[in-house]
Design a protein around this ligand. Structure first.
Ligand SMILES: [Zn+2]
Length: 289
């Protein structure tokens, strides 16, 4: 068992560094932010990146105010960053937006707005991470997305009839002014591999492997179930989806991207207002009603 364990760790890490090399995820002297939730995926990314890039890394955690679940993951993030000697910053929804995520969800519900919690959270969290990365002068933001996450995102953009969303996917996002490119070093690792690695290396304990209390409501869950069903007949299906996407991606990128500026905050957006401002404007409307 001991030999299997060290072999697994060796293979896992080899794939991690190969992914970084294959997709040129980290360029010379780039300063790296790690979006650190404190769960298994981002803790693994932090741990491995710190072995080579510790002196040019900052970990960023977002506290959405989702109670016990987030308190436990943030305290794990603090434990890890202290142990590894990586600078750590925490930004909260409450301080930035005036409300916690449950507070915002309640406000939306009261006003019969059925935007899904994960949509609200995802938009507000991504924008806050991006602001933080810009404020801290970081060149890229490393996220814990695994092969499953990417395969789900690819399917979701097709299921939703939203193929332009594909442009934003991939192991390293494009450079668009106002957005810090995101890199995904676990792009080719399965969720199960990451979980095994994180537990073997003591990066998380078992209680932290649960997902966010709101995640069962996510559309992503439907894509997850569909993929798991397909996987019963074909173990490689997730990998095939991602590899097919990578082949197509070079063609998709040739399409010019129209970028406007949000009328409210100036962020790049395809419409009049960015998605964060659309949510914040609803909050203002609901509060002043
Ligand atoms: Zn905006």
């Amino acid at each position: 068992m001991a030999i299997n364990k060290s072999l697994f760790i060796e293979k896992f890490e080899e794939k991690f560094w190969n992914t970084i090399e294959r997709f040129k995820l980290v360029k010379r002297n780039e300063r790296i932010g790690v979006a650190l939730s404190g769960g298994k995926d981002s803790s693994t990314v932090l741990y491995l990146l710190s072995q080579r890039f510790k002196d040019r890394m900052i970990a960023i955690s977002i506290d959405e105010g989702t109670g016990e679940y987030r308190r436990a993951t943030i305290s794990n993030a603090q434990r890890l960053t202290r142990m590894l000697g990586v600078e750590h910053r925490v930004y909260s929804f409450k301080e930035t937006y005036g409300y916690t995520l449950p507070g915002i969800i309640e406000l939306f519900k009261k006003n019969n707005d059925n935007t899904k919690p994960c949509t609200i959270c995802g938009i507000l969290r991504r924008a806050l991470l991006n602001d933080a990365a810009i404020e801290l002068g970081l060149d890229v933001l490393a996220v814990g997305h695994s092969l499953e996450d990417e395969a789900q995102s690819i399917l979701m953009s097709i299921f939703k009839g939203n193929p332009e969303f594909l442009q934003r996917l991939g192991p390293r996002s494009d450079k668009v002014k106002g957005f810090v490119p995101r890199i995904k070093p676990l792009y080719l690792h399965s969720e199960k591999e990451v979980l095994t690695y994180a537990l073997l290396q003591d990066l998380v304990d078992k209680s932290l492997t649960a997902s966010c209390p709101f995640s069962s409501l996510a559309y992503r869950n439907t894509a997850r179930k569909a993929l798991n069903l397909l996987e019963r007949n074909d173990k490689e299906v997730k990998k095939k989806i991602v590899e097919s996407f990578l082949l197509l991606k070079s063609h998709i990128e040739r399409q010019p991207r129209e970028i406007n500026r949000c009328k409210r905050c100036g962020s790049p957006t395809s419409g009049e207002y960015c998605s964060r401002c659309k949510i914040l404007m609803k909050i203002e409307k609901f509060v002043n009603k």
